[in-house]
Design a protein around this ligand. Structure first.
Ligand code: PLP
Length: 427
């Protein structure tokens, strides 16, 4: 142990001396791939009518094949964002206006907006505190005669309790969509997260492990769901007639198409995914080992038969035991130079759109519409675990914002130990 040094927050020397290099997954391979597409002049080849080019250009189709092969799943449908992909997925399962879809509140807003956009009703269920994902018991409690689907999220990079969720869904005849934006390459009982539910959706947004600037990928083993997502992606209403599509439910098309440059970049990014995830895992393992002894700090758990992609390093504080508020701890750790500290998700149900129930127009549609016969609650207090985490006890470190060279991982660990050794001064 080093000699006790004054905390940086009180003017002492910082535990971390250097800036952390920025995380950047893009390299020369992506540059060359993008250049070749630009040189070809074909930046997109989608056609919004029933024609071979309905499925997009060469790179788009090659990227989809590579994705499906890597993740060992029947169909991959590229989109221009995971937000679009989630919308396509909810439409594809044949959701009706006024149906309820159970969703985790511990996520970013798009997980729920994708439901609302079809005039279906997001029903927020609480999370469990091992994986920060939907609590199967809370899902069970949230089921009503109007429930049609579950939107499960593999948040921070750890798969949800998918067997339990799928069992509930099968018992109640519900579809399941898996928002896997943060967990590409994470494993759940030997299968890739994202491939367990009826549809999985990955993000290729620039914040994620791998990216194409903006982009996303939907996967499914069901050819009908794949076709319906392809239709919603690309002007369904203009294609359905000529394609001979008979089920017109939700065949409202958008333009969710990915460009050739993004697809070419994505092909290169996918090759790097296992290495990039393994690097995050290696850093996380060192952090877990280094921080495990700290009183009142729960380091991330990795459940048996799962791997964790470590998009975020998610910890829980026992603030009573520590005797210092999270805000004060974050100030102190930040002053020492720990990067990417955060307090997690606000909770989607606490956004004004749900608190005021103003989405389409000003009259409270769809909640006040006669298509909705239920009485969903968005009251503060409906998701006590998730609310408490955000308000008091969650402490996260972003893992895809910076690189953590070995020496600096040790400095992060030192910074925590330094602060924990002087908690009394922070009270
Ligand atoms: C990033 C993210 C999304 C949205 O992804 P985009 O590609 O930016 O639309 C959805 N869900 C979760 C959990 C995410 O982290």
């Amino acid at each position: 142990m080093k000699v006790k040094q004054k905390l940086a927050i009180f003017g002492g020397p910082k535990a971390i001396s250097q800036e952390f290099p920025l995380y950047n997954s893009i390299g020369n391979e992506e540059l060359e791939a993008a250049k070749a597409v630009v040189a070809s002049g074909v930046l997109s080849q989608f056609l919004g009518s029933w024609h071979p080019n309905f499925y997009g250009g060469k790179k788009v189709q090659a990227f989809e094949r590579a994705w499906a092969a890597h993740f060992n799943i029947g169909h991959a449908v590229s989109v221009n964002s995971a937000t679009s992909g989630l919308m396509a997925a909810v439409g594809a399962i044949g959701i009706e206006p006024g149906d309820e879809v159970i969703v985790s509140t511990w996520s970013m807003s798009a997980s729920a907006t994708a439901i609302l956009v079809w005039n279906a009703i997001p029903v927020f269920a609480d999370i469990e505190t091992e994986t920060f994902n939907l609590d199967p018991a809370a899902v069970e409690r949230a089921i009503t005669p109007r429930t049609r689907a579950i939107m499960v999220i593999d948040i921070h990079g750890h798969p949800a309790k998918l067997d339990e969720i799928m069992a509930i869904a099968r018992r109640h005849n519900l579809k399941v969509i898996e928002d896997c934006a943060q967990a590409p390459n994470a494993l759940y009982k030997g299968r890739y997260a994202g491939t367990i539910a009826d549809i999985g959706v990955y993000s290729l947004n620039y914040h994620k492990h791998i990216h194409t600037g903006e982009g996303g990928m939907c996967v499914t083993n069901d050819p009908l769901l794949a076709e319906r997502m392809q239709l919603i992606r690309n002007h369904a209403e203009a294609v359905a007639g000529d394609k001979g599509v008979t089920d017109l439910t939700n065949m409202i098309g958008f333009n969710f198409r990915m460009c050739e440059v993004e697809a070419a970049i994505g092909i290169e990014q996918l090759k790097k995914l296992p290495r990039l995830v393994a690097e995050r895992q290696a850093v996380a393992e060192r952090l877990i080992a280094g921080l495990s002894g700290l009183d009142g700090l729960r380091v991330p758990l990795v459940l048996d038969q799962c791997t964790h992609a470590f998009y975020k390093f998610a910890m829980i504080l026992d603030v009573d035991r520590i005797g210092v508020t999270r805000a004060r701890l974050v100030e102190a750790l930040d002053a020492e130079g720990v990067p990417g500290l955060g307090k997690g998700y606000v909770n989607i149900h606490r956004y004004p759109i749900y608190q005021k129930r103003i989405a389409y127009g000003r009259g409270g549609f769809p909640w006040t519409s006669s298509v909705y016969q239920g009485s969903v609650s968005y009251d503060v207090g409906i998701c006590p675990n998730a609310e408490k985490l955000h308000d008091e006890t969650f402490l996260g470190i972003e893992m895809c914002e910076h690189l953590f060279p070995e020496a600096q991982v040790n400095q992060v660990i030192d910074a925590f130990h330094k602060v924990w050794a002087q908690l009394d001064d922070l009270k």
